[in-house]
Design a protein around this ligand. Structure first.
Ligand code: C2O
Ligand code: CU
Ligand code: CU
Length: 574
């Protein structure tokens, strides 16, 4: 009798050692086409019986998972009730700059921001989070983030698990620091706030129950400043099927997956025949030895404080396997997608990005190309339609996860070597190590806007908020009055009349003595007239273009002053 009792008591302990476990919370889904998000202060029970102050979208912590269909027109309504300004950015999505939710799209307290756009992206996992300059880290840390799942016809044809919350699981991985009262500790600065308590979808000590078949985990590193080295405790392999920008060409079998802040990965785990087993999703952070935040401290770094999980191997989530319901997916597919390659030779230009400080000395702030982020400065201008290679050189500090808005890119090489297969698909974040050069190629095919820039930045949120960020405009050189910023004179340009019949006056103004060249091109790029080529003093200037000789149509008037360039269209009619 006694022996039986002991056995019964021991069994659950053997299956689930040490941890008090909580069922992994699965965020509700929101299927559009109208999506309403309400950012507000709230509270959340991370620990039984204790309310922790948080921010949340439509609830206590984090927000609903938005399900988007490729090709659909969606209408967002983001209401800001947090009592201070914020923004909401659709991380990874290819949307117009004014709909992107970057730091210029401020949602004042008490107001609603309502962008609408068409979902152009491939099926994948994105996320949404605030992006207010200098406050992104805090707003995300307090709970403002959520997952986006894009579905499309290509993905739908594959035999992949896609029953949300059953065999297709959102896994938002975050670390949080709690004080003695179990309130969130947040300090700005450095790479960003780290914590020693792992939280998945807002659940501490989570256990996820999966059926004994093939399951899909949508992994998102939603931490402010911690890199994970993911693996399963029984060292069984898993299969990565998607990166930031969607399906890979074929599953990649892995035992470890490094995931930097902002990055996502979709992985399949085959639990066929494993009903009754239990294991854990781990971060083997003792294997992070190259200065990654959350990894092993380098010899020149201070050792982690007592109780820190940095550089240790720790549990992210328990996984318990039960009999599968219905008919689970049984096999890992062989093929997934065909990716369009952008050959290096197709690039219109190479754009250097130096991850560095803004000056010499240890106190200099981190910067990109020597410039700390300034809302009023446009750092780069990209021509609509161009293919570009971005060359990211990390010359200062630890590894930086570089992220670009608007586009997905393909990594050409990392330190001169082609990327490993898990990084060979479409991506929007890439971790760049010190001393390393990463080159990626991308295309800027849509969304010219001379007024609203897109961002690129380090996705360690402390670095981003500290100014390791820049902004770029995508401009259409064929549109009216586009200015390429430069160090030369500032420039104003107008033309009257437009359309012209026999003549038009090109009026412009430079603010310093500079060489000026005014040239007119047709839409095929052929020069049709040079109106002025010389030096101008500051002040208003004019040149007359006699249009009687040219065929009617649209022309481009280009004024170059110093290294500034301004182009506008001018029509000629008879
Ligand atoms: Cu995840 Cu600029 O953002
Ligand atoms: Cu983004
Ligand atoms: Cu950084």
């Amino acid at each position: 009798m006694l022996r039986v009792r002991i056995t019964l008591l021991l069994l659950p302990l053997l299956v689930a050692p040490a941890l008090a476990q909580n069922t992994l919370y699965i965020p509700e889904t929101f299927e559009g086409p109208v999506y309403t998000l309400n950012a507000a202060p709230s509270s959340h029970e991370f620990f039984p019986g204790v309310q922790t102050d948080t921010y949340g979208f439509n609830g206590g912590y984090l927000g609903p998972t938005l399900i988007l269909q490729r090709g659909a027109e969606v209408q967002m309504h983001v209401s800001n009730q947090i009592g201070e300004s914020t923004t909401v950015h659709w991380h990874g999505m290819h949307v117009a700059a004014e709909d992107d939710g970057g730091p210029h799209s401020v949602i004042s307290p008490g107001t609603v921001w309502s962008p609408d756009f068409t979902v152009l992206d491939r099926a994948t996992t994105f996320w949404y989070h605030p992006h207010l300059h200098e406050h992104t880290g805090e707003h995300v840390y307090r709970g403002l983030a959520g997952m986006i799942i894009v579905r499309d016809g290509e993905e739908a044809l594959l035999d992949l698990p896609r029953t949300y919350g059953v065999d297709d699981i959102p896994v938002v991985i975050q670390d949080r620091q709690f004080d003695a009262q179990r309130q969130l500790v947040f300090n700005p600065g450095g790479a960003g706030q780290q914590g020693n308590t792992m939280v998945v979808n807002g659940t501490v000590d989570p256990v996820l129950t999966l059926g004994a078949g093939v399951n899909r985990l949508r992994l998102l590193n939603g931490s402010n400043a911690r890199v994970y080295q993911l693996g399963l405790s029984d060292d069984s392999p898993f299969f990565m099927v998607g990166s930031d920008g969607g399906l890979l060409e074929a599953p990649v079998e892995l035992q470890r997956l490094r995931l930097a802040p902002g990055e996502r990965a979709e992985v399949l785990i085959d639990l066929g025949g494993r009903s009754g087993e239990s294991f854990t999703l781990m971060s083997y952070s003792s294997e992070l030895t190259r200065g990654e935040p959350g990894g092993v401290a380098l010899p020149n770094q201070p050792p982690p404080p007592a109780g820190s999980i940095d550089g240790t191997d720790f549990t992210i989530m328990q996984i318990a396997v039960v009999q599968a319901q219905g008919s689970p997916v049984q096999t890992i597919p062989q093929q997934l997608s065909t990716l369009v390659n952008l050959p290096e030779s197709s690039a219109d230009r190479v754009r250097p990005m130096r991850l560095d400080t803004a000056g010499p000395g240890p106190a200099a702030p981190l910067a990109i190309n020597g410039v700390v982020f300034n809302m009023a400065v446009i750092n780069e201008v990209v021509n609509l339609g161009d293919t570009e290679i971005w060359e990211i050189d990390n010359v200062r500090g630890g590894p930086h996860p570089f992220h670009i808005h608007d586009v997905q890119f393909r990594i050409l090489d990392r330190g001169g070597v082609p990327p490993p297969p898990q990084e060979a698909g479409w991506k929007d974040v890439v971790l760049v190590y010190p001393g390393e050069r990463v080159r990626f190629i991308t295309q800027f095919l849509d969304f010219a806007d001379p007024d609203t820039p897109y961002m690129y930045h380090c996705h360690l949120l402390g670095h981003e908020d500290g100014g390791m960020m820049g902004q770029f405009l995508v401009i259409d050189p064929l549109a009216t009055a586009i200015e390429r910023p430069g160090n030369g004179a500032s420039l104003q340009l107008s033309a009257y009349p437009d359309p012209a019949v026999d003549w038009s006056t090109i009026a412009y103004e430079v603010d310093q003595r500079s060489p000026v060249r005014i040239e007119v091109f047709d839409l095929l790029g052929r020069s049709v007239a040079v109106l002025f080529d010389g030096v101008r003093d500051p002040g208003p200037q004019t040149s007359i273009w006699k249009t009687g000789q040219v065929p009617p149509g649209t022309y481009l008037v280009r004024v170059q002053a110093g290294n500034r360039l301004m182009t506008r269209t001018l029509r000629v009619r008879r």
